[in-house]
Design a protein around this ligand. Sequence first.
Ligand code: F0G
Length: 432
Amino acid sequence: MSARLLCFNSACKKTYGLTEVIYNCPECGGLLEVEYTRAIPEPAVWKKLWRERRMSNEPLSQSGVWRYRELFPFVENEADIVTLREGNTPLLPGPKAAAYAGVESVVFKHQGFNPSGSFKDNGMTAGVAQARRLGMKRVACVSTGNTSASMAAYASAGGLEPMIFIPNGNISYGKLAQALEYGARTFQVEANFDQILALVRILAEKLGIYLLNSINPFRIEGQKSIVIEMMDQRDWNVPDWIVLPGGNLGNVSAFGKGLREMLAAGLITKLPRLAVIQAEGASPFYEFMQHPGEFTANTHPETLATAIKIGDPVSWPKAWQEIVTTNGVVEKVTEQEIADAKAVIGACGIGCEPASAATLAGIKKLKAAGIIAAHADIVAVLTGNVLKDPDYIYRYHTGALEAPDGSPITPTFGNRPVVVPNDPERIADLIR
Ligand code: F0G
């Protein structure tokens, strides 16, 4: 195996060894990515091997990430890997969701089925493997909640000390509870995500703590497995669209890299189009794509979909490349659109957290704009589990949900619980 770190900046392209503890190019400050130079075997051989591994009781083969390790061969010693059997997330058709968006079909790739309930586990198992390989004892991240929950779980499972930094009062209790339960040292900082990222980078450097935000290129390698597994589940038939929410833009970067590498390896024969959906109050990438040029951060991002409440996404240069390469699009949706789409996904018996529902709201909007065709083959990635943010759900269904600017969200698909007396006759009357 031959792998190295490569500067993503096309004017630089410096390379570094895999064991250097760096997150940006020391030369130009550009983003880093893992690059492999190795012979590629017959695609059919790998496809067969990956299918066979699904039948295995061996932990790495049971992992929906490491099953595909030939496509991210950066680990030297498999003993460094910590797996909680991540990945293995289903493709679930949502006919009611498709009808709502005005398209013939929408299939959800539900990353909320992961061990810590979000897509972060696909990347975290890879990031933690690299941390262990480097002999790091402590790992850190700033998070809107899911990265911290995932990092806490994997670090603790792997004997590392997790330290998490979260915007005080701005993450859901489900996510905060996970970090506490998985044993992370938890710092609630009086600042927003983007400000805390700058802070954590200083602390990581000062104290020799390994940073596991998605700027870490090994996280991105693990997250490629989401699209790899998706293609395997579809017998390598590429959809027309893959739709996903965008926050810090690590996931779209991972999807694009994974798809390009699968195409180069002959595993797939074309690229799908990527559609990134942002919340209107936190949509700097959408704004940038309207007029590419200077990237302008949003210093006051606002959305109830706290997972994607990010105004200065670090991976935007990579995300831009992947949108251009896949002939993709970036859309933004309102708080009301996210809330209603979320209730529709719930009514499919599937459910997801608010940020994930931006996908369906985006599909509806892109269909109405004539960008997504009614007959298109669409996979929407639900990034987090329905139980991540129960408070939002209760408020929506009882008509108490308010947008960040204080305007009420209409519970279009509200389902209010009813308080009843302990009286069979009266309850029977109500049901009739
Ligand atoms: N959906 C969910 C549920 C998320 O938690 C995140 C990001 C995203 C979408 C956006 O993904 O950042 O790769 O564009 N959550 C991060 C966190 C930032 O800290 O948990 P992205």
